[in-house]
Design a protein. Structure first.
Length: 405
């Protein structure tokens, strides 16, 4: 029988998500509605989340999904059988109504087959992503108005533990440690850490950085931060989340970067990723494994441009091992923290102003990227980051896995 965490741990986990993470760190308010998406393997947590939402006075719109197991791989079945018309089908009325109805989205990652779509034509996967883009655009529009928030969290599965090379119980111990679930006051601990992360975010924002230079044995990359940008972190959008990031002006990305962490994306494992940028776009890309999937993703509109630049301070993160899940690997602490970029869509909440007042043309003029893709790619090697300020001065802001400001 698979390991299941003690009930008290799952109660604390649900408490953190409902009474801290939702609402950008303020928790769920009475009368608000949560769109709750959970795979069937995570049923024990699903039950605790339902109770926590109801106790907080919230409403639930549940989406309880089948696992993509070897015997019933519904994801593969869809992509194998669907015609182009079916791949492009988008139930607009349903999803528009869903976005209008919900105040929050809470999604629990419980991957029972990280290779579920291995061998599927990546063009089909990208086509489906583009078809679903209006749903994400509507969510973002509502988020820009301050009327919608979202949170992601992880439920450990045997498949994920196997990819990480540890037992399921050991995998869960990493989740418990990373999310402060070993503490009776987990919500209070998250509020404290969140405040510390936001202090550093504000320091970075106040510097009004023009561009950064990332250097290391496997990177020489320039990233233009751009006008009217702010750095954010500790907002509860992911549990756990220790990173501090911004959405830079994609047009000012130059140089090359390698990534030591594998990427689990689109039901495939991509390893040994290398990218080269010129005039803001990827001009060369390589991968040691599943390069075809990487290239097809980059060929998607806007996915050859950077939408996020992120740094994690090892002093905050309790994540010290590879977890085979981007949510955790992009928040890795370890010896050197982590550096990562995301290809594709930008985050509008990195705009230093009211995002609801910016037009589509305005976002383009500011260099915020727009795409159906948002893919984080991570490195945990030792890197130094130097900021170049508008007055021409330079400042070391990140070294030895921690901020220097």
């Amino acid at each position: 029988m698979d390991y299941v965490p003690p009930k008290k741990i799952l109660e604390r986990y649900a408490d953190v998500m409902v009474n801290f993470a939702l609402g950008n760190g303020r928790g769920l308010k009475k009368g608000e509605t949560v769109y709750l998406i959970v795979n069937e393997y995570a049923k024990p947590l699903y039950a605790e989340l339902l109770k926590a939402i109801i106790k907080a006075g919230g409403n639930v719109i549940p989406s309880y999904l089948p696992d993509d197991a070897d015997r019933y791989n519904t994801g593969r079945d869809f992509f194998s059988l669907a015609s182009e018309e079916q791949l492009n089908f988008f139930p607009a009325k349903y999803y528009k109504g869903l976005v209008d109805q919900c105040d929050h989205s809470l999604y629990i990652i419980a991957n029972t087959n990280p290779h579920a779509l291995k061998g599927v034509d990546p063009k089909k996967i990208m086509l489906r992503g583009k078809a679903m883009k209006p749903y994400m655009d509507w969510r973002r529009e509502k988020e820009n108005k301050g009327k919608f928030t979202w949170t992601l969290a992880l439920y450990g599965t045997p498949a994920a533990a196997a990819e990480a090379g540890i037992s399921l119980e050991e995998y869960w111990q990493e989740i418990i440690k990373a999310c402060f679930l070993d503490k009776s006051d987990a919500v209070a601990r998250w509020k404290k850490v969140s405040g510390q992360i936001q202090d550093y975010s504000q320091k970075l924002t106040d510097l009004k950085i023009d561009r950064v230079h990332v250097e290391g044995k496997d990177v020489d990359l320039w990233v233009k931060i751009g006008e009217k940008r702010k750095w954010i972190g500790g907002r509860g959008a992911n549990i756990p989340s220790f990173e501090i990031f911004t959405s830079p002006d994609w047009r000012g990305t130059e140089g090359w970067i390698k990534f030591d962490q594998p990427l689990y994306r689109y039901g495939n494992l991509i390893e040994g990723i290398e990218l080269e940028f010129k005039n803001g776009k990827v001009v060369k890309s390589k991968a040691k494994k599943n390069e075809k999937v990487l290239r097809e993703m980059i060929a998607t509109e806007g996915a050859d441009q950077v939408g996020e630049f992120s740094l994690t301070d090892r002093r905050f993160s309790r994540i010290s091992r590879f977890m085979a899940e981007t949510l955790y690997d992009e928040n890795f602490g370890g010896d050197h923290g982590n550096t990562h970029i995301a290809l594709g869509s930008s985050y509008h909440d990195c705009y230093a102003g009211n995002p609801d007042k910016v037009t589509k043309q305005g976002w383009s003029k500011l260099g915020f990227n727009d795409s159906s893709v948002h893919t984080d790619i991570i490195s945990t090697t030792d890197r130094a980051v130097t900021a170049y300020l508008p007055n021409g001065k330079s400042l070391a802001i990140y070294q030895d896995g921690q901020f220097k400001i």
